[in-house]
Design a protein around this ligand. Structure first.
Ligand code: FAD
Ligand code: SF4
Length: 487
């Protein structure tokens, strides 16, 4: 007899099942997961709704069990695709009769990554990505990159267009909630009321896809309306346009509802038929074939100690207002907007994560593992595999620079150039001291001052350190220092 296939909550698309109509399926909701950690309410809703929708789609073939611990539900012989966290892999290995299949839902095979990575001092995205383009024949004209260049990043870092409040791109159509969503909402209310389970963030209408069908519709909408303008303002932030031209597909990719290779090939198709320019399509392909796969492989390749790296000895705790998503006392316009959006939707785009939230945590010496844990719980698309490299490696420089050549720390000047936030802020991005000093500018100089020795040997930090030497008399640094916790 064929074994039951156990599908984790991030393995819900058709590519996690083979074409075997008789294969029985097991789906498990572990309440213990939500008891141990405090998640965003909308994330809990998304995951539970996706599991219940998958069970409904599979009908008699599927059994969905709500239990305290996975191990209580997974009895008898099962097979399961390689999971996305170390803890889940240990669990599967400890089960008496479970067969683990190779991972699905990513493009580059583990063996190909290891062959590429072994022996390299630094695992730089750009090198991995070019290799993957060649290996999979994506955006290639023979042996040459389509459009004559591998990298269009230079075209894709424009500030927002001047004098506009939005990019004017149509947002994805709202999703219709159904009876399953109503059941999930009632279930989560019961958990809060009767089981003492707590959430952060606000509840709200479901904003992200829970079925492969909904995710495909979102993908089609993105390809038609947003991909053609995806590129140039990829890094820009506008207060009244939280989505810009981003795809909003991360939650669907990470639930396993979309196959990333299919997404990348469809985007290339738009370029080939002349519907989207190469710079934007290359930028989008780079995010998925490059970044997404790269961070997945780094998670496994760097091993369990990676999660605990703390190269800059950052030991401070996250303040309660930040951890609990309470922006009400925050004066800083950029931070207030970004934190409010996380509270209300569980999603903000890449530069808001990296250059507002991550930058703040880096400057303030917040403990990297705590920061990673917060991101994984507060975001609809957060999981340990994606958070660890993005936060420990990229954003907090806690791995000492194995993934990046310099820390992603910046002052208010960067935020001012790339957004329209500063005009409506009580602080001044140019001031690093005084009552209206921008907390990002003050924090940036104080951060450099603090970690001067750690960065002394890094040639990419030579210029900022030279600037620091020129501007700072001791009093000014002390003033900047005193503002580090004032927002
Ligand atoms: P788009 O801008 O439309 O990009 C397309 C797709 O590329 C995304 O859907 C995503 O699947 C992929 N992608 C792009 N960059 C990355 C990346 N660095 N790592 C992994 N995938 C990437 N992404 C997550 O999926 N989950 C997270 O928990 C997460 N946490 C992050 C934390 C920090 C501090 C930073 C700096 C980045 C994080 N990212 C995370 C990466 C990125 O910010 C999000 O994938 C992206 O903002 C999701 O929005 P989108 O789907 O509109 O992306
Ligand atoms: Fe953010 Fe500083 Fe600009 Fe205010 S002045 S919006 S705190 S960067």
């Amino acid at each position: 007899a064929t074994r039951r296939r156990w599908l984790f909550a991030d393995q819900l698309g058709p590519h996690f099942l083979d074409d075997e109509p008789d294969r029985q399926v097991l789906l498990v909701v572990s309440k213990g997961v939500f008891r141990r950690k405090v998640y965003h309410r909308q994330k809990a809703h998304l995951v539970l709704s996706a599991l219940r929708h998958r069970a409904a789609e599979l009908g008699d073939r599927a059994e969905l069990i709500v239990t305290e611990r996975y191990r209580d539900a997974v009895t008898g012989p099962v097979e399961v695709c390689h999971p996305t966290s170390r803890a889940a892999r240990e669990l599967i290995r400890s089960l008496p009769d479970a067969t683990m299949l190779p991972p699905r839902g990513f493009i580059t095979a583990p063996g190909d990554f290891v062959r590429w990575a072994d022996g390299r001092p630094r695992l730089l995205l750009e090198d991995f990505y070019r290799d993957a383009r060649r290996r999979h024949g994506i955006l290639m004209d023979g042996s040459e990159p389509a459009g004559g260049r591998w990298n269009f990043d230079g075209d894709n870092r424009e500030p927002p267009p001047r004098g506009v409040r939005t990019l004017g791109v149509p947002p994805p159509p709202a999703l219709a909630e159904d009876d399953i969503d109503a059941e999930v909402r009632a279930e989560l209310d019961r958990w809060e009321r009767d089981d003492g389970i707590r959430f952060i963030g606000r509840d709200g209408p479901r904003r992200f896809a829970v079925t492969a069908g909904e995710a495909q519709a979102r993908l089609a909408h993105f390809l038609e309306h947003r991909l053609p303008v995806f590129g140039p303002h990829e890094d820009a932030m506008l207060r009244e346009d939280p989505l810009m031209a981003h795809s909003l597909l991360s939650a669907s990719l990470n639930l396993g509802l979309l196959d990333p290779l299919d997404v990348v090939e469809r985007a290339e198709g738009e370029y080939r038929r002349g519907a989207a320019p190469i710079a934007g399509v290359e930028g989008f392909v780079r995010q998925i074939l490059g970044w997404r796969d790269y961070v997945w492989h780094c998670y496994w390749y760097f091993g369990p100690r990676f999660e605990h790296r703390d190269a800059l000895h950052a030991r401070r705790s996250l303040p309660a207002w930040f951890a609990g998503l309470d922006p009400d006392g925050v004066g800083s316009a950029c931070l207030r907007d970004v934190l409010t959006r996380v509270r209300d939707t569980g999603w903000v785009h890449h530069i808001q994560r990296l250059m507002v939230l991550g930058n703040l945590a880096l400057q303030r010496d917040w403990h990297p593992a705590d920061v990673a844990d917060w991101f994984a719980r507060a975001f609809v698309d957060g999981y340990p595999w994606v958070m660890t490299p993005n936060v420990i490696g990229m954003s907090q420089y806690a791995d000492g620079g194995r993934m990046t050549t310099k820390p992603y720390a910046a002052g208010g000047a960067y935020i001012n150039r790339m957004s329209d936030y500063c005009g409506g802020c009580p602080f001044d991005p140019k001031h690093r001291a005084g009552a209206d000093a921008c907390p990002f500018t003050a924090g940036y100089w104080a951060f450099l001052h603090h970690h001067r020795d750690a960065f002394a040997g890094n040639h990419r930090m030579r210029q900022p350190l030279a600037l620091l030497d020129r501007l700072a008399d001791a009093g000014e640094i002390a003033a900047a220092e005193s503002r580090r916790r004032d927002f």
